[in-house]
Design a protein. Structure first.
Lengths: 164, 501
């Protein structure tokens, strides 16, 4: 626990430093009153003080004694790092290809991949779920709710289809 | 009063108005279910259509969307841990845990009934006390609002289930994230990292979807398998709240209704802060605080009642003073003005049929929502029967589409992913996301009112002593912050002589 607090406290201390330095780029006080840098500067400094208190507590051994008793049971374990990385990879892939490849292709490939590799479903079941979900979600969002979704590389095909 | 109600019901119970009310609450429920699509965008989209209809059905429909959204947002919060609306973020905490334990029906049921009771309570108070409440709200200036927001945030931090120092850090970090984007006074861009997507600030819907929904999906798809119990087929009677649930939830519903309504009346307060404060209150009043975060039904009943009562409370300044309490109310003013009606002190005098018609339509709308939602609970609960390896990826698709649809830009998806990872790591490092979310909402409001206060005081903070309301609120916040230290000091102070002996 102390190690976790040390890591998170240090990270947040640096983040606080970023906000303080960033705030100093803006006027802190002008003739009308507080400037754009005032609020983030004050908050950044308070944040750094709080991080400092957390780190001092870790150093003083407070946290180890107190939190060894109350360690949460539901803190996720990082045992399956490979699965986590793969899942995150799918998320990032979705973001990267969503606009260029379009909704239909991205969602279909994303669902198929994630169901096959992480959901451990058979190819047939994965294909069925991926295709049905992609079409249903597209129809619901575009035609029922009027949400514009990117067609990507299928745009020309769709336009040609609509013109015909 | 009875005469006024009769005038109102005679207008709102016409077939046309009933149909508009049904349409509004149905659209509201659907919009609330979908993350990313909020009442603002749906009301803004429907506003042009109100040109063609009369003012009463137009307002009835738009108001129906507003309070229907509060109902709809609850479903996804409870079933899949994705808040459909910002005001239902806090419902995720215990509602989702109830669902994991096979009690989704009870959670949805108590949320629906609690919302109905709170909504009805709000309407009755709106009828009786609207003018004096509106005047009282006007007594609050920028210093009082700053103090109120500090107290609200401190209360949530104080009652957090995690370490106080870590919750404080999350509260301050949320306020810092609230400063991202364009400075409202000078127009300067702050902490945007050169990204156009951050110019309008960090969108709360994206943060909430990431911290709660995607973090859960990461934990369940990418991590270990779900420990959620399989939901067995049950009859409607069996999945609804039991007598024991009602006994536990009755006081939280009552407290949530009162607190929510009062928060709704205050400009800027609104449903989000009301739900967080109600949750904090219930933890404070509970004899077994350790149940909170593990599926306590009070943690659903209180906040759900509060956000619905706040939605009704927001109509007080609109109808009596013509002042919008939030963006949705500002859009409703637009709808009034399209038809040449000015909401405000003269509305009741000049157009009683319209005033009372709107109020009575809310009774009907709340009743329609109950009829619409309760029979569907059994159907919604069946969603949980789908194995998570299949349901999880589909949920993430909804998250991503919701994120994309906010600005029609894929950067929204990236922000959700970033906050999903942050949410996942926050669990590992044991940080509470609730103060962070509330602080992101309050950040811009607090900065604005703090700057106004400092201008008002000409930079002299000691001037606050002339503002008794602000002083009392700040005193409460200060006490909450030092009370853990004080209690530890008292414990050590009393136990020391015993140890020495």
């Amino acid at each position: 626990m102390a190690r976790r607090d040390l890591i998170s406290g240090t990270f947040f201390l640096l983040l606080g430093g970023y906000f303080v330095l960033g705030a100093l780029q803006f006027p802190i006080w002008d003739r009308y009153g507080p400037g754009a840098g005032f609020f983030p500067l004050v908050l950044g400094m308070v944040f750094m003080v709080l991080c400092g208190i957390l780190l001092v507590r870790v150093g003083g051994g407070f946290v180890r004694k107190r939190q060894s008793r109350s360690q949460s049971q539901d803190a996720p374990s990082f045992v399956k790092k490979g699965r986590f990385a793969l899942c995150l990879g799918f998320f990032l892939g979705f973001y990267l290809f969503f606009e260029s490849a379009g909704f239909l292709i991205t969602v279909f490939v994303y669902l198929l991949g994630i169901l096959l590799l992480l959901g451990k479903r058979s190819l047939g079941v994965s294909l069925l779920i991926a295709s049905v979900t992609t079409v249903l979600v597209y129809l619901a969002f575009v035609y029922a709710l009027g949400v514009q979704l990117p067609l990507g590389i299928l745009r020309d095909f769709f336009y040609a289809f609509m013109v015909r | 009063m009875l005469e006024n109600l009769l005038i109102g019901f005679s207008s709102s119970l016409s077939l046309t108005n009933l149909l508009y009310c049904l349409f509004g609450v149905t659209v509201g429920t659907a919009v609330g279910v979908l993350p990313g699509l909020g009442p603002v965008s749906s009301i803004a989209l429907l506003l042009p259509f109100t040109y063609k209809i009369e003012v009463l059905p137009a307002i009835i429909m738009l108001a129906g969307i507003y309070y229907g959204v509060q109902y709809g947002g609850t479903m996804t919060s409870i079933l899949v841990n994705i808040p459909g609306e910002a005001s239902t973020v806090v419902t995720c905490i215990d509602g989702y845990q109830m669902a994991r334990k096979g009690r989704a029906g009870a959670a949805l049921g108590i949320a629906a009934f609690g919302s109905f009771i709170a909504g009805t309570f709000g309407i009755v108070v709106l009828m009786l006390l609207a003018p004096p409440l509106a005047k009282a709200a006007l007594m609050m200036g920028p210093p009082e609002y700053t103090a109120l927001m500090i107290t609200g945030l401190t209360l949530v931090i104080y009652l957090s289930s995690k370490s106080m120092i870590k919750s404080l850090m999350m509260g301050v970090l949320g306020l810092l994230l609230g400063t991202v984007g364009m400075d409202p006074v000078s127009g300067q861009l702050r902490f945007t990292l050169g990204s156009g997507a951050l110019m309008d600030g960090v969108d709360l819907a994206l943060v909430a979807m990431g911290l709660f929904g995607l973090a859960e999906a990461l934990a369940l798809i990418g991590g270990e398998s779900s420990s959620r119990e399989m939901v067995k087929s049950q009859r409607l009677k069996e999945i609804l709240p039991s007598r024991e649930d009602w006994k536990i939830s009755s006081l939280p519903i009552a407290r949530g209704s009162v607190a929510g309504f009062l928060m709704g009346v205050l400009p800027g307060g609104g449903a989000v802060m009301a739900s967080f404060i109600s949750y904090a209150m219930e933890r404070r009043f509970s004899k077994s605080r350790e149940r909170f975060g593990q599926g306590a039904i009070e943690g659903v009943a209180g906040p759900e009642s509060a956000n619905n009562a706040a939605a009704v409370g927001a109509f007080v300044p609109l109808l009596t003073l013509g002042i919008p309490a939030n963006v949705v109310m500002a859009l409703l003013i637009g709808a009034f003005m399209i038809h040449g009606v000015n909401p405000g002190p003269l509305l009741l005098k000049d157009n009683p049929a319209l005033f009372w018609g709107i109020i009575t339509s809310m009774y009907i709308g709340n009743f329609l929502l109950l009829i619409l939602n309760v029979p569907l609970i059994g159907l919604f609960v069946r969603i949980l029967k789908v194995p998570y390896p299949i349901l999880g990826p589909i949920i993430t698709i909804f998250c991503f589409i919701g994120a994309y649809s906010i600005n029609h830009n894929a950067s929204g998806i990236l922000i959700v992913i970033v906050f999903g990872v942050v949410g996942y790591l926050m669990r590992y490092f044991e940080y509470d996301p609730a103060p962070l979310v509330l602080a992101i909402v309050l950040g811009p409001l607090m900065e604005n009112s703090l700057r106004q206060s400092l201008m008002l005081f000409r930079g002299d903070v000691s001037q606050v002593i002339h503002r008794p309301i602000a002083l009392v609120l700040l005193g409460i916040a200060g006490f909450l912050l030092v009370s853990p230290l004080l209690s530890r000091w008292l414990r050590v102070g009393f136990s020391k002589p015993l140890i020495e002996k």
